[in-house]
Ligand binder design. Structure first.
Ligand SMILES: Cc1ncc(COP(=O)(O)O)c(C=O)c1O
Length: 349
């Protein structure tokens, strides 16, 4: 019997989500409506912020969050080089110029001291993702500059006793198919600032407005909202399953792989390990041949896209060259986890 390929990411949706989507179809109301409104209320409760504004995708949440915090032409925005391309796209969409920040040496985390050192008089916002579920404490940076966080990888994570989504003036989320909570496409801006929520609501929809300004079609559909209401209810069990898998990988692979130390309050979006850079391409190939969808968790660091020399962001470059991510998600069966572990052991022993 041939074994099915174990993908790097796989959303977990079941009969409840199917029923919720079918109910929307039967209702005949497809565009932003009561499901979106209910999601906004429920997500705010889970994430611990006063307001949530549902949007079409995560890039929309980043874009509107940046605009609400003052990013625009003539301003700069700090963001990590080791991160998702959508962060760069959102900065450029706002009209601001990107300023790339390095990683903490030896870790995948954005170096907030480097960020502080790079704040300029024209810097409007620092964009700080809680990458891979590792929450960052942004308060010291906030004394210098407005902070927009990105909680896509970290719903349920905490900083001290406080939800990570409360870090910064606003926190953006993506619900793309591969994320912690998945709806195919979807985004959300969580904030306790009424002015930020008001502006995001104002700009997400352009139709039937008494005045004109540049607004966007950034509304979430009712089907996405219905799926996400269920996904948010399942967040606790998703996080438990992820944690159990991470513990198992740690226990059974910790002797072979260099693992980043865990941080308090983290959740487990990806299982990361550092391997020697010359071994990573071959290891990724060999694991895929064995049916394991291992990957670099960041496709390409932003300095490479922008033609900035690696020596300017040495730790981001090193993180990219050395970091491996193994399949880790709720619904990954115990047999699949066995296979991942066995494949890694065969390649590295
Ligand atoms: C941390 C983070 N933020 C935002 C995004 C972009 O979200 P979307 O694809 O929904 O626009 C991604 C997607 O890869 C991401 O990983």
């Amino acid at each position: 019997m041939t074994r099915a390929f174990i993908p790097h990411s796989r959303p977990l949706l079941g009969p409840e989500e199917a029923q919720a989507a079918a109910a929307v179809v039967r209702s005949g109301m497809l565009a932003q409506g009561p499901e979106v409104e209910a999601l906004e209320r429920e997500a705010a409760r889970v994430l611990g912020t006063r307001h949530c504004v549902a949007l079409a995708h995560g890039t929309a949440a980043l874009h509107l969050g940046l605009v609400a915090l003052g990013a625009g032409p003539g301003r700069t925005v700090l963001l990590p080089s080791y991160g998702c391309t959508s962060l760069l796209n959102a900065v450029l969409q706002s009209g601001a110029q990107p300023l790339l920040v390095d990683c903490v040496p030896g870790l995948p985390d954005m170096d907030l001291q480097d960020a502080q050192a790079k704040v300029r008089p024209d810097t409007a916002v620092a964009l700080v993702p809680h990458l891979f579920g590792r929450p960052l404490e942004v308060r010291p940076l906030e004394e210098r500059v407005a902070v927009l966080t990105d909680g896509t990888h970290a719903p349920g994570a905490t900083v001290g006793r406080s939800p990570a989504a409360r870090q910064g003036r606003a926190c953006a989320f993506s619900f793309y198919a591969t994320k912690m909570l998945a709806a195919g496409e979807g985004g959300l801006l969580a904030t306790s600032r009424a002015d930020v929520a008001r502006l995001a609501r104002n700009l997400r929809s352009y139709d039937q407005r008494p005045d004109w300004r540049l607004r966007f079609n950034y509304k979430m559909t009712e089907v996405s909202a219905a799926l996400l209401r269920i996904q948010f209810r399942r967040l606790g069990s998703f996080l438990e399953e992820r944690q159990a898998l991470a513990r198992r990988y740690r226990a059974e692979l910790g002797d072979l792989l260099e693992l980043p130390p865990e941080v308090p309050g983290q959740v487990h979006y990806r299982f990361l390990a550092r391997v020697p850079s010359r071994r990573l391409p071959g290891l990724l190939r060999a694991l895929r041949e064995k049916g394991v969808g291992a990957a670099r968790p960041v496709f390409r660091p932003l300095h490479r896209y922008l033609g900035i020399p690696a020596r300017d962001l040495p730790h981001a470059e090193e993180a990219w060259r050395r970091t491996l991510s193994l399949p880790l998600y709720p619904g990954l069966s115990s047999q699949e986890a066995d296979h991942v572990i066995q494949a890694v052991r065969e390649e590295l022993s």
